[in-house]
Design a protein around this ligand. Structure first.
Ligand SMILES: *Cc1c(COP(=O)(O)O)cnc(C)c1O
Length: 368
């Protein structure tokens, strides 16, 4: 009786969906970043729970980095608890004076981008030296000091007891695109020309495509996770980047749909000829994009096919024409090994970034 009850509630029998994190691929992609910027130290960016991979899952693959960059204090503390004793950079800095107690306790490096943050630093007593990255707004107009005020901000920061190393930082809006970085580099150099200190400028796209901007530190994020900052224009494979997150599910149903039969909500897909359609245990509540249209690539038993009809909350449908042997229980790859996340993203009109960050909590996720 008890055994039966235990069986019923056995958590080892979940829905057939999971995400696997590929430790060796993370390490490989970090090496690719190092190859591109051999003279720079690397802040491996692990914000947003390591781009949806889970800090704990990503850490083993990325521990050869020089430092980790992230946003949430909670994630910084988790990294310390995993045993990481090296630098951790808060990419947006602290938000409230009380955050500084945690910054101090855990020995974090912080971005300083505003007068408000300088004021908080001026009025807080720290117990250990604090390294900061002083951020200039060189044209993105999100965070940072205006170029003409940068030198004054640096002098103010330098005068704060407890502030130790000051690295000069900015962020590019178009390192992956046509406009490029020249206009921002020019602004940055103008504002920082008489300010000493190492530089921290480059996201993945600048790390890959703009060697003149590397400086002492680079800050790659997306490339570490096997997605190209240029999407399908320069593919992850062309950049020698390996997928680090495979989202897999199974077929849980198969339908023989007659010519004229429709599939899913809104009957948006109508079969032109009789066809077999598989039902996959993955929907938008798992993080698969609802906007992915009919024709989005997907693998069944390793064979490439396409989705058909609308994505539901818990299920989506696939065309089984290229995989006539597929049965209930067949493995389905939504993205990852064998199907680059950037292809699925392009079909859904978004980026690999958004898909990998959106994998839902109900999907079990493990490093392999
Ligand atoms: C997210 C982020 C990065 C990494 O960007 P990718 O495009 O993912 O490489 C670097 N620097 C800052 C400040 C960021 O917020």
């Amino acid at each position: 009786m008890l055994a039966q009850l235990l069986l019923r509630f056995d958590p080892a029998m979940p829905r057939p969906i999971k995400a696997s994190i590929h430790t060796a691929a993370l390490a490989h992609n970090l090496d690719v970043a190092r190859r591109h910027a051999p003279n720079s130290k690397v802040w491996a960016v692990v914000k947003a729970n390591a781009y949806g991979h889970g800090i704990e899952n990503a850490y083993p693959g990325l521990r050869d980095t020089d430092g980790f960059g992230l946003l949430d204090l909670d994630e910084a503390v988790r990294l310390r608890e995993l045993g990481w004793a090296g630098p951790i950079l808060l990419l947006e800095g602290f938000f409230k004076p009380e955050d500084l107690a945690i910054v101090d306790k855990y020995g974090l490096t912080t971005t300083v981008h505003s007068d408000e943050q300088l004021r908080m630093l001026e009025t807080t007593r720290l117990t250990k030296p604090l390294n900061i990255q002083l951020k200039m707004n060189s044209g993105m107009n999100r965070l940072g000091f205006a170029p003409e005020r940068f030198r004054a901000a640096w002098e103010r920061a330098r005068a704060i007891p407890g502030v130790s190393q000051i690295v000069l930082m900015t962020h590019f809006s178009d390192a992956d695109g046509e406009r490029g970085i020249a206009h921002q580099m020019e602004t940055f150099e103008r504002g920082a020309c008489d300010v000493p200190g190492e530089r921290s400028l480059s996201n993945s796209a600048a790390t890959l495509f703009h060697p003149t901007a590397h400086g002492a530190w680079v800050r790659p994020g997306i490339m570490l996770y096997g997605s190209s900052p240029k999407g399908l224009e320069v593919t992850a494979a062309q950049l020698d980047l390996q997928p680090t997150q495979t989202l897999e599910a199974e077929l849980i149903g198969i339908q023989d749909v007659p010519a004229g039969g429709s599939v899913g909500y809104g009957s948006s897909f109508v079969a032109q000829t009789p066809m077999r359609v598989g039902t996959v245990a993955c929907g938008y509540a798992d993080g698969y994009p609802r906007v992915a249209p009919t024709g989005t690539p997907i693998l069944v038993d390793g064979v490439r096919t396409r989705t058909v009809g609308r994505v539901s909350m818990d299920m989506l449908s696939v065309d089984l024409t290229p995989v006539p042997q597929a049965r209930v229980g067949a493995s389905v790859t939504l993205w990852g090994r064998g199907l680059c996340i950037d292809e699925v993203a392009a079909s859904a009109g978004t980026l690999g970034y958004e898909l990998m960050c959106a994998v839902a909590r109900r999907v079990p996720i493990h490093a392999v």
